[in-house]
Design a protein. Sequence first.
Length: 137
Amino acid sequence: MTTFAVFGMSENWAREEAKEHTPTFKNENGKRVDLTVSQWEAEVEVEVEVEVEVEVEVQIAKIMAGKKCVRLSPMFDAPQYAQQFMEMARASIVCRDLKIRTKAVMVDAKKKPILNAKTGAPKVGFADWTPEKSFAA
């Protein structure tokens, strides 16, 4: 049963999200000119090197400075595998706010399970995971 995953934000994920918001057109003399895929890719490459990329870099900086966290890892069977993934991610990529989450029944403020209105089954989502204290000697 795979229930553990690593959530956080990485620069690569932020870059991909910023690319989604890069326009596929440009304005020339007040007219909108649509770009082909190859032209857009060339623009992105040019923007990486020139100041026009500042917009994308600003978006990346905003995303990295924000609070949004996404699932960065595949699902794991045990928390120690998720911990190993976190250690490798911290050593190899630029990332922030890495934490292990597990699948759990979603609860409301009164700690009662949230039920699906259609089926009556409890809703399942991700909750932060904290290791249990060990009482071993």
